[in-house]
Write a protein that binds this ligand. Structure first.
Ligand code: SF4
Length: 258
């Protein structure tokens, strides 16, 4: 096994949405993403890219799996050290883990590569896909998610819509809220959500402190937080619940908040 990187398998960790979730990190040689979200719990994205590549081989991931208590997991979740769809072997890994474990597969994506037909085809093998959508304007997208050049809100929404049209599995939208949107922003957000037609909308606030550098231990939820970590100021639970109710009134699916 390559000892110069953390294991590509972590947990199982307790997830409020999924139960006992075994994490798969197809990127763990570094933090690698097409966003640099201001709230990213990884600390720092060292490689901001849109280029797909193989970072950890499928064989290495299966070797890592064999060293874990994967049988204790309710579900296998792809998230980890950045954007999982950047891994060119994502489809191969999903297929092998499905065959090996028989567990449901969940993918957390930031939605930036969904315009690629091969990415949508790979995601069609998952049981659930959670698509990040943090913005209702390009200005919010730039301030909150700080995307790789060339990514705009329309390309993200279009990609999610294509996935929605092509894939039968459960599709949720995950939105991280740092500030309370005004009434017209909530309407603009609801218009995007109605265009997509997800099965569920999950509203979150950033609760985890941010390390100063890439810190792979933050992939799970059992980190010892340090004094060098930053805690973002965000909206209260009461404000979050008001936003949840306002969005619920405008969309035709379940909206949950946490
Ligand atoms: S999309 Fe996820 S991994 Fe990428 S920067 Fe944002 S929070 Fe971090």
């Amino acid at each position: 096994m390559n000892k110069s990187r953390p294991s590509s398998i972590y947990g199982p960790v307790d997830s409020w949405r999924l139960g006992k979730s075994l994490g798969v990190d197809v990127l763990c040689v570094d933090s690698i993403c097409s966003f640099e979200c201001v709230y990213c719990q990884l600390g720092k994205i060292n490689r901001v890219t849109l280029d797909r590549d193989i970072f950890v081989t499928t064989e290495e991931i299966l070797e890592d799996l064999a060293e874990t208590n994967w049988k204790d997991a309710d579900v296998i979740t792809f998230s980890g050290s950045g954007e999982p769809t950047l891994a060119a072997n994502l489809g191969d890994v999903i297929s092998k883990l499905k065959t090996k474990t028989g567990k449901p597969i969940v993918i957390l994506t930031n939605s930036t590569l969904l315009n690629l037909p091969e990415v949508r085809s790979e995601l069609s093998m998952a049981d659930k896909v959670f698509c990040k959508l943090d913005a209702w304007s390009d200005d919010v997208l730039r301030r909150v998610d700080r995307p790789h050049v060339g990514i705009d809100l329309e390309s993200i929404v279009e990609g999610i819509c294509l996935l929605r049209d092509e894939v039968d599995g459960f599709l949720a939208i995950q939105t991280m809220l740092l500030r309370a949107p005004c009434e017209s922003d909530i309407q603009a957000f609801a218009d995007l959500l109605n265009r997509i037609g997800p099965d569920e909308i999950q509203l979150n606030t950033p609760t985890r402190p941010i390390p100063p550098e890439y810190f792979p231990e933050t992939r799970g939820n059992e980190v010892e937080y340090d004094q060098g970590f930053t805690q973002l100021k965000t909206i209260s639970k009461t404000e979050l619940e008001s936003i949840r109710l306002a969005v619920s009134r405008l969309v035709g699916c379940t909206v949950v908040a946490r």
